[in-house]
Each structure stands twice: as C-alpha cells, then as structure tokens.
Write a protein that binds this ligand. Sequence first.
Ligand SMILES: Cc1cc2nc3c(=O)[nH]c(=O)nc-3n(C[C@H](O)[C@H](O)[C@H](O)COP(=O)(O)OP(=O)(O)OC[C@H]3O[C@@H](n4cnc5c(N)ncnc54)[C@H](O)[C@@H]3O)c2cc1C
Ligand SMILES: Cc1cc2nc3c(=O)[nH]c(=O)nc-3n(C[C@H](O)[C@H](O)[C@H](O)COP(=O)(O)O)c2cc1C
Ligand SMILES: *[C@@H]1O[C@H](CO)[C@@H](O)[C@H](O)[C@H]1NC(C)=O
Ligand SMILES: *[C@@H]1O[C@H](CO)[C@@H](O)[C@H](O)[C@H]1NC(C)=O
Ligand SMILES: *[C@@H]1O[C@H](CO)[C@@H](O)[C@H](O)[C@H]1NC(C)=O
Length: 727
Amino acid sequence: MSADNIVTETLMVQADEPMMDTFDLVFLLTAGVMAILYLYKETLFGNNKIVTPQQPISTPLPKPVTPPKKDRDFLKKMRETDKNVILFYGSQTGTAEDYASRLAKEGQQRFGLKTMTIDIEDCNMALLDKFPEDCIAFFLMATYGEGEPTDDAVDFWELITSDSPEFSDGAPIEDKPLSSFRYVVFALGNKTYEHFNAVGRTVDAKLTEFGATRIGERGEGDDDGSLEEDFLGWKEDMWKAVCEIMQVDQSGVEAGGHVAAYKISELDADDSEKVYYGEYNEHALMTNGIRPTYDAKNPYISPIVATRELFNPNLIDRNCIHMELDITGSGIDYETGDHVAVWPMNAEQNVERLLKILGLWEKRDTIITVESIDPSATKKYPFPVPTTYATIFRNYLDIHAPISRQSIATLANFAPTEEGKSKLSNLGSDKEVYRVEVSDAYLSLGELLESISPNGKPLDSVPLDFIIETLPRLQPRYYSISSSSKSTPKTIHITATVLSFNPTTTPHRKVYGLATNYLLQINRKLRNVHHPETLPSYSYSGPRNKYHDEGSNLIKLPIHVRHTNFKLPKNSKTPVVMVGPGTGVAPFRGFVIERTLSKAQGEEVGETILFFGCRRRDEDFLYENEFAELFATLGERGKLITAFSREQAHKVYVQHKLNENSSHLWNLIHNLGGYFYVCGDAKSMARDVNTSLIQIAQSCGGMDEVRATNYVKDLRSKGRYQEDVWS
Ligand SMILES: Cc1cc2nc3c(=O)[nH]c(=O)nc-3n(C[C@H](O)[C@H](O)[C@H](O)COP(=O)(O)OP(=O)(O)OC[C@H]3O[C@@H](n4cnc5c(N)ncnc54)[C@H](O)[C@@H]3O)c2cc1C
Ligand SMILES: Cc1cc2nc3c(=O)[nH]c(=O)nc-3n(C[C@H](O)[C@H](O)[C@H](O)COP(=O)(O)O)c2cc1C
Ligand SMILES: *[C@@H]1O[C@H](CO)[C@@H](O)[C@H](O)[C@H]1NC(C)=O
Ligand SMILES: *[C@@H]1O[C@H](CO)[C@@H](O)[C@H](O)[C@H]1NC(C)=O
Ligand SMILES: *[C@@H]1O[C@H](CO)[C@@H](O)[C@H](O)[C@H]1NC(C)=O
C-alpha cells in the first residue's frame, strides 16, 4: 500500500466519523516495528493532504538577519534624559513590566520623580556600582520554573548569583561595591509554586549582601491570591519611604488622575505597504526575499497540515484539538519536549464591541500611529505602527485581560454620567464588589464600558490612550509539543484542551479562552464541521491574507519554538516513568514515539511507563488507539497505566496508580537509575505526585520523611525528576 492510500483512507474515516483517531485505520492495517517507523516518517506527515499546504519554496536558505546590539549603558540613558528613578523589570508575560510602568507613572505624577522603565535585558547590570547616589532603582522581578528568572533576566541572574560577581570596577565583593546603591523591590510569583518569589527574594538578598540598601519593605505579590491587592497594599508604604529618601512630598497630580502616556495621530493613507495589519515585526513587511530569523519577536507563519478533535464529540461537549504545523523552510528547529508558542488573535465580536463602545467603529480602518509622549520611554511604540484601530484591538492588545481595581478607579473620571461614575468608583474601591462583578466574572473592558453607557451609546469621553495604557499586549500561548523531532522534524504537533466556562459569579455568561477557541474554530472550518455554536469567530485571513485565502483550504498560524530542558535521558536503556494525566500527556506522546523509534532502529530500550488519567475511557482518553499500538511495539517493557476518575464511585487518579505500583517504580528509579517525568496541572496534580514519590521513598526505600524528601529533591536537582507543568 502506498503512502497516498493510507492518507486517503484515513481521511475518509475522519470525514465520516470525526471521533476516530487518524491513526486508527492505519494501525489496523499495519503492524510491527517497520510500520511504525514508516508511519512516523516525515514524508508522510509533511505531505498529509488533510488541508493542502502551499508547497514551501526550497531555495537555499540565506543567512538570518540579526538585529544590531543595543547600547546597554542605562546610566548614560538616565543622564541624557535627566532621570532620577529607574525601574528595571524581569518579565515573561508582561505583568512585571506593567507594574513597572504603573509605578513609573505614579512616581512621576504624584511625586514629581523623574522615572524611566527598562527591560533588565537591555541593561549592563555590572554598572550598578557606578549608580548615582542621589538616584534610586526599582526591581520588579517575576519567578518561573523552579525558582528561575524570566528569560530577560538571565544575564542579571548569572551576574548576582555567580561565585564571584564582578561589577564594573572589579572590586571584590567583600568591599561591598554597591554600598551607595539604594533600591526598591517587588517580587511577582505564585504561592502554589515551591520556589515562591525566589527571584525577587534572591535579588533582594544579593543586593543587600553586596552592600546596597533597600528602601521600604520588599513587596511580594502572589498571583494565586491577588497580585493586584498585594501590589496596592504594598506600594503606599513604599512610596512614603521613597519620598523620605528622595526628599519629595506628595504634590502634583492626585492619585487616580490621568495624564496621557501615548499620543495617537491619524494619518492620511499614504504608503499602505508600511502599515501593520497584525504583523509582529518589520521583517514581516519586507519583500526583499531575505529569510529573517524566526523567534519570539518574529513568529513564523506556519501552515496547519492536519487537525482533528481528540475527545468523543458524541459523548461530551468539551473539546481537545490535535493540530500539526509545518515548519519546513523556516529555519526553526525543535526537539522532543520543547514548547511551541501560538500567537492568537481576538474574536471579531469582541473587537467589534470595543470599537463600537469607544466610538471607533466607523473609522476602524483609519491608519494611525501611536507613540509614547515621554521621550525617554523604553518603548517608543507600544506595538507595531502605523496600524489601524481595528488591528490594535484584534491583534495587539489583550482585550480580555483582567482590569485592575486601580484602572477602574481611573476610568471613573471618564464616565459619561454621574451614575456611571459612582458605579466605577465603587468597583474601584470595594474589593468584594470588584471580586464578584469584575474579577471572578471575567468581565472584559468592553463589557464594563457597555455597562456604564446610557443606551449603549459610544463613550466618547474615554481616551484611547488610556485604553492602550491599561490593556496589556496580546501574548502568545505556550503548548508542550506532542510530536517527536526524531520522527517528524519538520512538523510540530499540538494537543490543546479548549477552555470555555461559565464564571461562578455570572453563570449565564460564557467566557472563552482566547487561543484554544481560535484553534477549535480553525479546526471546524478546515474540516467543514457544522456546529451550532459558531461563536467566537475570527478574522481567519490574517494580515494581508497571509493566514488564509477565502475559498482555500489552508490556514496558517504564527508560532515560535521555546527550547526546554524537559528531555528524555540520552541513553535509551534508561527506564522512564512518565506521569501525564489529561493534556499533560502531550509531551509524552513525543517521548513514547521516540522510544518506539529507538527500538525500531535496533537500540535497546529500557522500561517505558506512562501513567495517564482522564474522566472516562470512551470520552476523553487522548490518543487511545495510537498509544495502544505504540506500547504494543515496545512490548514487555512498555506499560500504559490508566486512571479513569469517573468510572467508579470513588475518584481514582494517577497518584493512586503510582502508589499501587510503588515497589516496581522504586526499583526502576532507585536501582536502575530511571528518570521520572510529570506534566500537566501544576497545582494539585504535580504536588500530589511529588508527595506520592516521597511516600514511595519512605515505604519502599525505608527512609524517614526528611530523608525521603531530600532524596526526591536530589532527583530533581540531578535532572532525574523533571516537570513540565502549567496552570
Ligand atoms: C509551559 C506551558 C505549556 C503548556 N502546554 C499546554 C498543552 O500542551 N496543552 C494545553 O492545552 N495547554 C497548555 N498550556 C496552557 C496554554 O498555554 C494556555 O494557557 C491554555 O491553552 C489557555 O489558553 P487560552 O488562550 O485558550 O485561554 P485564555 O484566554 O488565556 O484564558 C485562560 C483564563 O481563563 C481562566 N480559566 C480557565 N478555566 C477556568 C475555569 N474553569 N474557571 C474559571 N477560570 C478559568 C484562567 O485562569 C485564565 O485566566 C501550557 C502552558 C504553559 C505555560
Ligand atoms: C510556567 C510558570 C512557572 C512559574 N513558576 C513560578 C515559580 O517557580 N515561583 C513563583 O513564585 N511563581 C511562579 N510563577 C508565577 C509567575 O511568576 C507570576 O504569574 C508572575 O506574575 C508573572 O509575571 P510576568 O507576567 O511579568 O512574567 C510561574 C508561572 C508560570 C506560568
Ligand atoms: C501496577 O499496579 C497494578 C495494580 O496493582 C498491577 O496490575 C500492575 O501489574 C502494576 N504494574 C506495574 C508496572 O507494576
Ligand atoms: C497560580 O498557580 C496555580 C498552580 O499552577 C494555578 O492554578 C493558578 O491559576 C495560578 N494563578 C494565576 C493567577 O496564574
Ligand atoms: C515536594 O514535597 C515536599 C514535602 O512536602 C516539599 O518539601 C517540596 O517542596 C515539594 N516539592 C515541590 C516541587 O512541590
């Protein structure tokens, strides 16, 4: 049978019975190691005709263009722009950056401080020993992974945590090189992680160790509780301390007042080739044929070459999407266990709602430019410009982001009526009302604005610059790649559970997760699935029809890859134990495929155990048939152990299954040097699995609790207990 036959037959099955795995038929018709090898061969997947990808042009790849290195002398920048307060931020998803901007603005408006914010990545932090005595610095630092810094703070982290940190004068650390340096610190983290606020705390401890003086208390924000409340609660005392040190008092503009941060100008449509319609980077507008580097700043527009639903749609109305993306010719490399970021766009209904309520609907396609008023702002433009009103709300701003109490208080100033004003003031000051009506209701800014508009009329009084300042930029969403780079080096697979829910405080309203509903609707569109639920809908064509041509059966998605340390052991003989309930199974699909390939290539493959859990076998068992075949190929040494939580009266989860198999697992890990992996829900699951393993070390390894805990910690530090967890 030729590859084409397989694909065609699979397709037919898919069209008739969407609940069936693409692989089912293939596996029914083929067997054995060679078939598996063959199945996962790139050629087959690369040419998968579920949708017809445009054939990538295979010209030799020119050298990637690298941007010029920035001047990282922040002291010079402070001098040139006459600043006395600098706010460094280390931020992954923009929260720390946002808080830095808010503090900068407040410091300027309330106290007349001359502030600037800057990404810590853009600073040569070894210059801290030359920091002027009459200035102060703020650090807003988020924590990731296992107490690790954000990507942009890695250099700074290495500097301060090194064994012999060296500042620009080269003075030994014992001489306290930072003794004239004064700083404020606010740590951003999430208490459910073990290393809560590790980065903010370490920065604080190290700076003090190097002789610097902290002003006020260290702020600690807990994203799991209320980061915003922690921030608001902390900053008033902090400002008091800062005012004392800087010898300023609370003059200037009242708190809550508004001074525009951005200037917005409408342009005459001239050079429309230079207008950004949702592109993220100048390279995307270039037509010189040079292939740019595709990375986190310049996503690759990748063709979707296959997509299907993984849950049984006849039994449940939840959805999980499997999607395959072609990276041929992009220069992007990935490895099994890496993450792929998907850049979503906002749903049209919500873009329209916001444009209308702000009175911008009629001129939504007008070309505008938006720039910072403060000439020393780190970012001159908040997003690519020139662009249009509609594009800002569709592609560049996260119009569903939670609205802070402080923003609502400011918004009250622009309310069109006294009634609206008092409603917003109340929301802005009463924590409980705010929680029920805004926070737990997942109320969007558009909905909030509608609620204060008399007869739904546009609110001309709300300045767009305030909206731009208030809404964070739209961020990509990360997914654990579910394919193996050894079997499909040019195709990246995603396994995404679609999020939609009725908020507890407003149960009649449905809230849709941004990226996953985009994927769901693309999946339906490509497969011609007619579903009664057509909302949310999207502008599938993308900027300049780059994502989709009306009538064609090809849709593309902007993506980039993030490399991780979540990797199989180098030696295939090493046993692996994987725990991946629900969507947490994603990277383990890649792992298991890779182990199967190793075996097919004649390598000796150690024991491979996957613990998977879901509600019921016939509803949400991801890749059931595919796993059955893969494990059959692995033979004796492959075991898929399942926990179906709802198939019996009491709930059964993966951690119960771990305990049932404790002595065997202990043997693999302790005696055979096995690796242990956990992926999925960071909160309860990952914590319970950690506890299970500690208990196993006690019951099977005869250790007391302290030793067992240290044993598991040690496994982690050796990279033999790896986690890929998210919330
Ligand atoms: C490293 C990493 C790897 C990941 N890998 C995967 C993966 O392989 N597969 C996968 O599906 N996801 C994965 N995720 C999660 C993924 O990135 C997205 O967060 C997820 O798909 C939701 O995105 P969204 O845009 O649809 O939702 P968003 O628009 O971002 O909405 C999510 C918001 O809804 C809230 N929320 C969600 N559900 C509820 C509920 N029931 N009740 C109340 N509030 C709720 C959340 O708190 C959050 O504020 C990963 C995340 C990370 C960080
Ligand atoms: C994948 C992931 C890992 C995280 N790891 C930690 C952690 O180890 N410790 C912690 O305190 N917070 C952790 N957090 C929480 C973030 O630090 C917190 O949400 C912060 O507000 C993010 O700030 P940012 O938007 O500026 O990146 C983690 C969040 C995510 C999404
Ligand atoms: C795991 O436990 C189950 C139930 O006790 C048992 O049937 C199975 O053989 C065990 N598997 C391993 C790998 O020990
Ligand atoms: C904090 O982390 C937990 C566990 O990962 C998660 O459930 C929760 O949603 C996180 N909070 C926020 C606001 O991200
Ligand atoms: C694992 O559990 C132990 C014991 O409760 C705890 O000390 C440790 O912090 C946990 N580790 C993680 C990463 O949750």
